[in-house]
Design a protein around this ligand. Structure first.
Ligand SMILES: Nc1ncnc2c1ncn2[C@@H]1O[C@H](COP(=O)(O)OP(=O)(O)OP(=O)(O)O)[C@@H](O)[C@H]1O
Length: 325
């Protein structure tokens, strides 16, 4: 069984008398968008800071691809392939797009003079930056040499997301990526997140925007009072159920509560065929996304967090042909 891309167990972080993270668990699987939702003060940001090295937890374990790890700084997390797009974006407004994409990771010229003087290789950086924007389909930016402070909010967000996708070899975390954006600009970022996921990079999306969460997420991690309250499949849950789980009006396991994937995880591992067969009956199709098909199932189901179960269950990977689902 393939381990989750990123996993945490029993994380705790106290600030004096305030417990920001209170025994939180977390699981992110390959190829999924995992939305993290919760009320104000639930501890979402603290959890994400712990996972991205911005905060060292007092207790608990973090596993990256199944290996226990401990980040003492955001740099260590970045070196391990975890990129975070903060609400502040961390861009240098007076510099151009290409320089911003390579901020802190500038390429230097080779050759006797270039290496001695440590000259920047601006040509290669511009070329690679343009390739990255093209690969992500970012067409709104007119020129890679444009100064960031002249970009719109959505374009700036796109630059920050492109940088994360460029260097995030393992996963990308996005904190409220559309909070400050209008409808059109939000659409650009949503499409970008989809493209990153479709390239196989898992995405953690912190968002208060419920319609956006339901549109994008493969699974929803509901955080409450510093810990994971439930994990739900958006296909199994309504927005009001998720909001009720966030506020505590509904508890996992209550009558009318959606299935809690976190609680059922172990049981499903033991009987994976049952769950996957059920999933296959209600595929959410997209021609651009890889799909799974079980040998005895007639329908396809999108490849998302189920990827890790492939080895055990004999499911095969393919792509939807036009009109096949
Ligand atoms: N540096 C800190 N010092 C003291 N308390 C903190 C600190 N950071 C967070 N907290 C507290 O920890 C709790 C969780 O905060 P956190 O910012 O993680 O929640 P959140 O779910 O991200 O909230 P929001 O949605 O409002 O951003 C809050 O009670 C907050 O006041």
């Amino acid at each position: 069984m393939t381990a989750p891309a990123l996993q945490a167990r029993g994380l705790v972080k106290r600030y004096g008398r305030v417990t920001a993270i209170d025994g939180a668990d977390f699981d992110l699987y390959a190829g999924e968008v995992l939305a993290v939702v919760g009320d104000n003060g639930a501890g979402k940001s603290s959890l994400i800071k712990a996972l991205s090295g911005a905060l060292v937890p007092d207790e608990g374990t973090i596993l990256l691809d199944g290996k226990e790890t401990r980040f003492h700084s955001p740099l260590e997390a970045r070196q391990a392939g975890i990129e975070t797009v903060h609400q502040t974006l961390a861009l240098a407004p007076a510099m151009d797009i290409a320089t911003n994409l390579f901020l802190g990771r500038e390429l230097r010229r080779s050759g006797p003079i270039g290496s001695v003087l440590r000259l920047l290789d601006r040509k290669t950086m511009r070329r690679q930056a343009q390739e990255q924007l093209d690969a992500l389909g970012i067409e709104t930016v007119q020129h890679i040499g444009q100064i960031v402070e002249t970009l719109s909010g959505g374009q700036r967000q796109a630059v920050a997301v492109a940088r994360a996708a460029m260097f995030g070899s393992r996963l990308v975390i996005m904190d409220e990526p559309t909070a400050a954006l209008g409808v059109k600009e939000s659409r650009l970022v949503i499409d970008l997140i989809r493209r990153i996921r479709d390239r196989g990079l898992p995405v953690v999306l912190i968002s208060h925007d419920m319609p956006q969460v339901f549109e994008l997420a493969d699974r929803i991690h509901v955080h409450r009072l510093g810990r994971r309250a439930a994990v739900v499949d958006p296909a199994d849950a309504s927005m009001s159920q998720v909001v009720s789980l966030m506020t505590g009006a509904l508890q996992p396991g209550d009558e009318g509560a959606p299935p809690n994937l976190a609680a059922e995880q172990l049981r499903r591992y033991r009987r994976p065929g049952t769950h996957l067969a059920a999933l296959a009956q209600r595929p959410r199709c997209s021609a651009s996304r890889p799909l799974l098909k079980h040998h005895d199932a007639r329908t396809w189901t999108p490849l998302s967090f189920e990827l890790h179960r492939l080895r055990d269950t004999g499911w095969s990977v393919g792509r939807a042909r036009h009109g096949s689902c």
